[in-house]
Ligand binder design. Structure first.
Ligand SMILES: *Cc1c(COP(=O)(O)O)cnc(C)c1O
Length: 393
């Protein structure tokens, strides 16, 4: 017996509960179609909203950056790892988001760990939507602040919780995802800001699924609601619509200056590679020049969602290109996904514990990379499988 063997029991337990994750392997770049475990399938699973992950202009920018700056930054940003392109990307993102300043981190996940524990601590209260992303939850845990969860997108519950607990607080922070990734619904940010202003709480929004999707040219949820200057902290990712990898925080100059002094992932972990940085700059440039891809994403999403509804499917409460096909039963959802795969469509089922029991679904992610004939193909196959499994009459 080795000391690490207890993990074999843990893995067995996951398998028994049906929670063991079989990780699929993609051979080649992201796109409307790709090769999964050797089979060419239509891709309805990626966060590559604008098709940037394999965009020629981004790839050219990455290659040129390698020739000019090498492959690695060589040190953490605060010692000798800030290259001119890092500052160029931060300036460009601040401009894009209409914010005063920006700090780029290694991932969206890391960005939440860089901001939440750095600006809150003992004696502070954090009000967090119950469906917030894992990286927000971990950031809150690291902060030593008291975390109070409020009911999902429920501003009345948020107000009640603030009223009940505000007496004890040094400072208060309200934190929410902008777009919720499992249902595709949008946080009621104007009402959240109103409540925040009433009680003097700061507001932070994690716009990972809103950038490149919502607002003017994909500027995100704050722009979409006309709240620029009224939300203290915006967290973003370069790994979804931007198609590359990395994360960032935008906001007032003082916030960003402070994060560059005290944000631990910025101080103690090396920054983005030159290739990633240059590709991200090119992505923002494409969006600053034209909103064509954002428009195509939305027209694809509407077309596909309308088609599903016409066929008789329930797409839940989505307000964005995230398209859940609600099936309810966990076994039906998993069978549905398998049948789709056999017919050339990669769309994964999502079940408990990622979503509540009895709310299993197939989650489809739309992209500007899809063409109308791809979506027609998907609608035909969804309908076929829906009838076969008795989901549709
Ligand atoms: C995906 C996601 C992240 C993590 O972003 P990465 O850049 O992949 O680390 C953070 N927050 C939310 C809300 C997300 O959906």
């Amino acid at each position: 017996m080795s000391k690490i063997d207890f993990l074999a029991d843990e893995l067995d337990a996951l398998r028994e509960q049906g929670l063991f994750n079989v990780i699929r392997t993609i051979d080649g770049p992201q796109g409307a179609w790709f090769v999964v475990d050797g089979k060419r399938v239509l891709n309805l699973c990626s966060n590559n909203y604008l098709g940037f992950a394999n965009n020629p202009r981004l790839k050219e920018a990455a290659k040129a950056a390698i020739d000019r700056f090498g492959v690695g930054p060589g040190a953490v940003r605060t010692i000798a790892g800030t290259q001119t392109i890092h500052l160029e990307l931060e300036k460009k993102l601040a401009e894009f988001k209409h914010a005063q300043a920006c700090i780029v981190l290694q991932a969206g996940f890391t960005a939440n760990l860089a901001v939440i524990p750095t600006i809150t601590g003992e004696g502070d209260l954090i009000f967090s939507d119950e469906l917030n992303h894992a990286s927000i939850i971990d950031g809150c845990r690291l902060s030593k602040a008291r975390v109070i969860r409020y009911a999902h997108n429920d501003v009345e519950d948020l107000r009640k919780k603030i009223e009940e607990s505000k007496g004890s607080a040094r400072r208060m922070l309200i934190v929410t995802d902008g777009v919720f990734s499992m249902d595709g619904d949008i946080a009621p940010l104007p009402e959240i800001v109103e409540v925040a202003d009433e009680f003097g709480a700061m507001v932070m929004v994690d716009d990972a699924h809103g950038e490149g999707v919502l607002g003017d040219s994909g500027r995100g949820i704050v722009n979409y609601f006309g709240l620029e200057g009224k939300v203290e902290i915006e967290v973003g990712t370069l790994s979804k619509a931007f198609g590359v990898m990395g994360g960032y925080v935008t906001g007032p100059e003082v916030l960003i200056s402070y994060l560059k002094q005290r944000g631990r992932p910025f101080l103690f972990s090396t920054g983005l590679t030159p290739a990633d940085t240059a590709a991200a700059i090119a992505a923002v440039d494409v969006l600053l020049e034209s909103d064509e891809l954002v428009k195509k994403l939305w027209s694809n999403a509407r077309y596909f969602q309308d088609g599903l509804k016409k066929a008789g499917f329930d797409t839940g409460k989505t307000q964005t290109p995230i398209t859940p096909v609600m099936l309810g039963d966990e076994k039906v959802a998993s069978e549905f996904s398998k049948e789709l795969f056999a017919r050339g469509i990669f769309a994964q089922s999502i079940s408990y514990p990622t979503v509540p029991r009895g709310k299993a679904r197939i989650r489809c992610m739309l992209s500007a990379a899809h063409e109308k004939q791809d979506l027609d193909f998907a609608l035909e196959k969804f309908t076929e499988v829906g009838k076969e499994l008795g989901v549709l009459k």
